[in-house]
Design a protein around this ligand. Structure first.
Ligand code: SF4
Length: 409
């Protein structure tokens, strides 16, 4: 194998952090694709040119997505990266693997690809970096024969992903793992056969700590929440104070809705004003816990800046129960896709279409009633709207109440 001098990318091995260059060098010892990827990267750095040609149709029979075509313009100089396609493997919910499963994935990948992986890509999938077109069917056959599947890519439902949820976190307000598995099974067609205007991501977080950053990265964010009062163990509050926590500065003063107070003896919460942000609960895990009914808030429309600027998700359903078989949620998702399909131009994400067409027509089309919580950000107008018949019904009720003496101004 050709030995490349890599003085520029060697700089990226310095400093206290793990370096991807070090890992590439390890893989390059017995893999020509990785070796050429190193030489190619050095050339990109020295000439300040990318050389990668993105796209091209590659894939496996029966699937429209799951493999992203990558080619280099410098195929003659670096034949190992002339084709360097990315393969997406559908990750298990919550990214739980056994070491046996990881070895299996890596052994197959060493056989057909560069040996380089990206665990995990921001979509959620386990990403395998760099293989040739002629190896794709064999790769797919080996992975699928062992129970693995490809993830979503292109204008499709991307592989749903979630936080570790009840698998390891006691604060999860619903089973993020169960929901993600169920949605993945339900929407196999939408994942593997791209028919949408553009990508659609669903990310599920068990609470507002939002460990999958769904509020910023998912077209549909499903974020755990609760109805009812936060349960307070005052003895544990005192223990936090005794161990040095400044409760007024670290908890009360950081509450975004300023609905807490502490007089040195008892912590009080005005729960009607609480936005369920999780700050206090995450800081005082022994003293506070969500109370009442558990479920999720559905938000819509976040994305990174491509066509228009970046967007955060907006609330459309303040509270929904998230329980098997998730019928209500699946119906809502289908209604959202129908409206998006009717209204989007190619490469328009749902958040962009809502910005253009308005939240009002979106909510009407998907059959979600207007609610005060459907605001873009705190202290903005809600998307309330009334029809002629609403006003007529109100007037009739008012007249009836006046007649029976129940009317109050
Ligand atoms: Fe305040 Fe957030 Fe705690 Fe609610 S969850 S009381 S908003 S810090």
């Amino acid at each position: 194998m050709k030995k490349y001098n890599t003085p520029l990318i060697d700089e990226l091995e310095k400093g206290p952090w793990p370096s991807f260059v070090t890992e590439m060098k390890k893989a390059a010892k017995n893999n020509e694709m990785s070796n050429d990827a190193l030489g190619h990267l050095e050339k990109c750095f020295s000439t300040k040119v990318g050389y990668w040609k993105h796209g091209g149709i590659v894939g496996v029979l029966g699937y429209g997505g799951g493999v992203i075509g990558r080619y280099s313009e410098l195929g003659d100089e670096f034949p190992g990266v002339a084709h360097f396609h990315t393969v997406r493997i559908n990750q298990p919910s919550g990214f739980f693997y056994t070491s046996k499963a990881l070895r299996e994935i890596c052994d197959i990948w060493d056989k057909y690809g560069s040996g380089l992986t990206n665990v995990h890509g921001s979509t959620g999938d386990l990403v395998l970096l760099g293989t040739k077109t002629e190896a794709l069917e064999a790769i797919f056959a080996e992975y699928s024969s062992r129970g693995w599947d490809l993830g979503g890519s292109g204008s499709a439902l991307r592989t749903p992903s979630c936080c570790i949820g009840p698998g390891r976190c006691e604060w999860s307000n619903y089973d993020t793992l169960g929901l993600t598995y169920a949605l993945t099974q339900e929407f196999q067609d939408e994942i593997h056969r791209p028919t949408f205007s553009y990508k659609f991501k669903i990310k599920s977080a068990g609470c507002a700590c939002d460990c999958v950053a769904s509020i910023a990265r998912a077209d549909m964010s499903i974020i755990g929440t609760w109805k009812g009062d936060i349960q307070i163990d005052q003895a544990e509050v005192q223990n936090y104070a005794k161990s040095g926590m400044d409760i007024n500065a670290e908890i009360v003063g950081m509450c975004p809705t300023q609905c807490m107070s502490y007089d040195g003896k008892a912590l009080k919460i005005n729960n009607a004003e609480c936005s369920r942000c999780m700050h206090c609960i995450a800081k005082m895990t022994k003293a506070l816990r969500p109370g009442g009914e558990r479920g999720a808030t559905i938000c819509i429309g976040s994305k990174a800046p491509i066509v228009v600027g970046s967007l955060l998700s907006w609330v459309i359903v303040p509270f929904i129960k998230v329980e098997e078989p998730y019928t209500e949620l699946k119906e809502l998702i289908r209604n959202i896709w129908d409206w998006w399909d009717e209204n989007a131009k190619p490469r328009e994400r749902i958040g962009e279409v809502i910005e253009m067409k308005g939240m009002r027509s979106f909510l009407e089309a998907i059959g979600v009633p207007p609610m005060p919580q459907q605001i873009k950000e705190p202290r903005k107008d809600p998307f309330m709207f009334y029809k002629e018949e609403d006003i007529a019904a109100y007037k009739a009720k008012e007249a009836e109440e006046k007649k029976t003496g129940k009317y109050k101004f």
